[in-house]
Every structure is written in structure tokens, then in C-alpha cells.
Design a protein around this ligand. Structure first.
Ligand SMILES: [Zn+2]
Length: 123
């Protein structure tokens, strides 16, 4: 099984030609999902559809979020996702295995960093 990572230099060249992008312009590649390397990662190393499936089956716990620099990206993706189902922050905390305070803090950091749009209502 191959993934697309070894083709990135060629993609980058092609993208720069198409975009007429100067060298100083940094092109950001989406990370490949661990489950389906041909798809971009949503959160927890999973693509959108696997994330959705594991979320529905309650098996997301098999794919723990890592508290690394990726933590905020994962948090933002999951927060948006759960929010879109109408869950409040306490329910989101429960889903993510975080305390409510930790969710509030991560939310504030993400909003301050411009990574997340503020909620219309706090819940
Ligand atoms: Zn997948």
C-alpha cells in the first residue's frame, strides 16, 4: 500500500506551476489520514467518513487525541463537529473525555488564536 507522501515534491512542483506561486510562498499540504492515506485527516488521524463512523459507533476512544501541537487542530475539528449536532459544552467535554473547564480553556485559546468562531450562545 502506498500513500501520497512520497509524491509530495511532484505535487508541490505542479501546484506551484498552476498557481504561479513564488518560492517564498509556503504551500500547506493536508495531512493524509491514517485510515485512508488518499484522504485528508479530519481529527484523531481519521478521515471524515471514518471519524463519523467511529463517532456513531462510540468507538472514537480507540483513537485518542494527542496533546501535542496537533491538539488544537483536533480540538477545533471535534468541537465544531459535536457543536453541529447541537451538543453543549458539558456534553462535548464528556465526549472528548475532558473536564468542562479544560474544554472552556481550549475553546477560549482556539477563539483567541482565530482557529474557532465564537459560539452564539454558551452552553
Ligand atoms: Zn478513513
Amino acid at each position: 500500500m502506498t500513500d501520497l507522501r512520497d509524491q509530495l515534491p511532484a505535487f508541490e512542483e505542479a501546484a506551484r506551476r498552476l498557481l504561479h506561486a513564488p518560492r517564498r510562498l509556503v504551500l500547506v499540504h493536508a495531512r493524509p489520514a491514517a485510515c485512508h492515506p488518499d484522504r485528508p485527516v479530519n481529527a484523531r488521524g481519521l478521515c471524515d467518513s471514518c471519524y463519523e463512523t467511529h463517532w456513531r459507533n462510540g468507538t472514537l476512544g480507540q483513537f485518542p487525541t494527542k496533546r501535542t501541537q496537533r491538539f488544537r487542530d483536533d480540538f477545533v475539528a471535534e468541537y465544531r463537529h459535536l457543536r453541529s449536532y447541537g451538543l453543549g459544552r458539558s456534553e462535548i467535554a464528556e465526549r472528548l473525555g475532558m473536564t468542562r473547564n479544560a474544554v472552556d480553556a481550549a475553546y477560549r485559546r482556539a477563539v483567541r488564536a482565530g482557529a474557532l468562531a465564537p459560539d452564539r450562545r454558551a452552553g
